[in-house]
Design a binder for this molecule. Structure first.
Ligand SMILES: *Cc1c(COP(=O)(O)O)cnc(C)c1O
Length: 235
């Protein structure tokens, strides 16, 4: 089932690349395995899937311990008191949503003499329920965070609204892309804008058409999530 799903997602990414004149190699597929058991991670890894996404620190750490050679992406809201646990395990932190969080990452990364790779999360649609910088706060945040020696900004991330028709999210993806272009033009030290992490199961094809370089697909690979059992994971 997982191998078939992966093949289907792969095919859709390829088609979206083709439609938009992009090369398939420009888009990295992140398999979002949150709430899913180790066996399913193993099955996906057996299909040469290398990049996995988790939104909870505890679960990311637990899965990292089992599969340290896979690349674990932190995609969920990160509390400052949990930074220490993930800073040496997360391949990329997609969810930097405040200067204070970036400063905590700086402090923890410095302690272990590493440079943390991060994306800034942008709440493009300004939804109350979501974390992330507002569009008009991002430039200032990038300028501040770029001064931190143990944090390197690689790009931007957004979680688009839940919509019935993925076309509704096209303007959201276009805005994030344009923002990354605007930032890139400033040529700031220690800032790179190569990554645009956008698109989930419902809308990743549109996101790829609009320039996503990372798509985060959970349900489309692992099936629906059952939150009634998540309390057991990682215990
Ligand atoms: C859960 C999650 C995803 C994957 O969602 P699906 O709709 O299952 O593909 C992607 N990004 C983030 C930040 C998530 O929390």
């Amino acid at each position: 089932m997982i191998s078939e799903n992966l093949r289907e997602v792969e095919e859709k990414i390829s088609q979206a690349c083709l439609r938009s004149g992009r090369d398939r190699s420009e888009v990295l597929l992140i398999a979002v395995s949150k709430t899913k058991p180790l066996e399913m991670v193993e099955e996906a890894a057996g299909c040469n899937q290398i990049d996995f996404g988790e939104n909870k620190v505890q679960e990311l750490c637990m899965k990292y311990e089992h599969f340290p050679t896979l690349r674990w992406h932190m995609i969920g809201h990160l509390q400052r008191n949990k930074v220490r646990q993930v800073v040496d395990k997360a391949f990329l932190i997609h969810s930097v949503d405040s200067l204070r969080l970036a400063e905590t990452i700086e402090a923890e990364a410095a302690k272990i003499n590493t440079v943390a790779r991060v994306l800034l999360e942008v709440n493009v649609a300004e939804e109350e329920s979501k974390f992330g910088f507002k569009m008009d706060q991002v430039m200032e945040a990038v300028e501040q965070i770029s001064k931190l020696e143990h944090v390197h900004i690689h790009g931007l991330m957004t979680i688009a609204p839940f919509v019935e028709d993925p076309e509704e999210n096209r303007p959201v993806f276009q805005k994030l892309r344009q923002l990354s272009v605007d930032i890139k033009e400033k040529n700031m030290n220690n800032v790179n804008m190569d990554v645009l992490s956008m698109g989930m199961t419902n809308d990743y094809e549109v996101a790829v058409e609009e320039g996503a370089t990372m798509v985060r697909v959970g349900t489309g690979i692992f099936g629906e999530r059952d939150y009634s059992t998540t309390a057991k994971i990682g215990e």
